[in-house]
Write a protein that binds this ligand. Structure first.
Ligand code: FAQ
Length: 331
């Protein structure tokens, strides 16, 4: 666990021009910023927001797949899915720890999630209706997550960048298990292939939305790029994802649900159709099929865990008291 001691740390800085210029010079020189380094309040706030939302996404992201653990079609599939969902829990914990180095507590972040103040990825507000959805999530959702997270391994904030290295290794296994499920279904009976196509139809557009609004509408994009928190813009990463996923779909013999998708020789990229941004914002603002259920599940888990948190604190107090008594006796 990164330093809990930073919680409640003084977060103000004297942000005169020379301080900001010196900070930017460190960023431009590709130096890593570490927890105890002076940093602009905005930099700290942006990281707490992004890392916190990222952590929430991992934890909420366990729910749609968790729904299929008891219904996986074989022992092998069940073991792989169980391991994947556990990995996601682990990613959430690394990320909460990375955010804690910036002076925010896990409790504060959880309260913000449960009150609706902090966001989590829109993608996890869609239901998992069939087993093929588990394949589509691994292939597309983890695929999009990797595309977004590989550059985060070079993020200017040290603890976030280091957490991302391990997370990306695990995401890569997740993506492959999803693609392998899709391959098995696509090469199976006509009914199985139809199941895979139906999952692709439902998950394709929400996966493109994971990269966030168009660059022109991205509120934090420019500043995060200047601070080298983000290394590519939302649209750049979305395009890279489309370009790498089209051949994968072709190999599966499945059709991406976009009549406007076609190779553009001049651009050297695939053109693709318009994203339904009304749907995106509706889901982000709580109006997706599963928003209420996801938050209710997290609230129940948090409430059910209260006695564990109390017990850990009480145990810590007892140990401290015992240590102090032993110290007094020795003096
Ligand atoms: N959903 O100004 P921007 C995973 C919000 S992990 C909901 O462009 P930014 C693993 C954004 O927060 C998936 N909200 O924001 C897994 C902001 O609102 P705010 C999560 C979204 O931060 C796989 C507003 O819109 N990954 O999948 C979304 O510069 C399978 C304006 O947007 C990460 O979190 C969205 N899709 O760029 C687990 C990666 N997009 O905060 C289980 C780290 C945007 O002002 C199963 N995060 N918003 O209230 C990032 O890279 C960035 O935060 C972006 C957004 C790219 C997501």
């Amino acid at each position: 666990m990164y330093s809990q001691g930073l919680i409640g740390a003084k977060t103000e800085t004297t942000e005169d021009e020379s301080f900001l210029a010196a900070f930017q010079a460190r960023i431009d020189a590709e130096e890593k910023i570490e927890p105890n380094d002076p940093m602009p309040v905005g930099y700290r706030r942006t990281l707490i927001r992004q890392i916190g939302q990222h952590a929430h996404s991992e934890i909420v992201g366990m729910l749609p797949e968790g729904n299929w653990i008891t219904r996986a079609p074989s022992l092998k599939r069940k073991a792989a899915l169980l391991a994947k969902v556990q990995d996601e829990g682990g990613h959430g914990l690394y990320l909460y720890s990375a955010a804690e180095t910036l002076g925010v507590s896990r409790e504060q972040m959880t309260e913000e999630l449960l009150s609706g103040k902090a966001k989590y990825s829109s993608i996890f507000n869609y239901p998992t209706q069939t087993w093929a959805d588990i394949g589509a999530i691994g292939w597309l959702v983890d695929g999009a997550a990797i595309m977004n997270q590989i550059p985060l391994c070079r993020c200017s904030y040290g603890p976030y960048a280091r957490a991302m290295i391990r997370v990306c290794k695990e995401e890569s296994f997740h993506q492959r298990q999803g693609y392998e499920i899709m391959m098995t279904l696509a090469r199976g009976t006509p009914d199985q292939k139809e199941l895979a196509q139906d999952a692709l139809n439902r998950w394709w557009w929400p996966s493109l939305m994971m990269f966030g609004p168009h660059d022109g509408d991205s509120q934090h994009g420019d500043q995060s790029m200047a601070w080298k928190i983000k290394r590519f813009t939302n649209d750049e990463l979305r395009q890279q994802f489309v370009d790498s996923t089209v051949p994968q779909a072709q190999y599966l013999g499945l059709t991406l649900p976009d009549p406007d998708l076609k190779w553009n020789d001049e651009r050297g990229h695939y053109d693709f159709g318009a994203i339904d941004w009304d749907e995106f914002w509706r889901v982000v603002k709580g109006g997706g099929t599963m928003n209420k259920e996801r938050i209710a599940a997290r609230k129940k888990a948090w409430d059910d865990g209260e006695w564990v948190r109390e017990a850990v604190l009480a145990h810590g107090e007892k140990r401290k008291a015992r240590r102090e008594a032993a110290k007094m006796a020795a003096e």
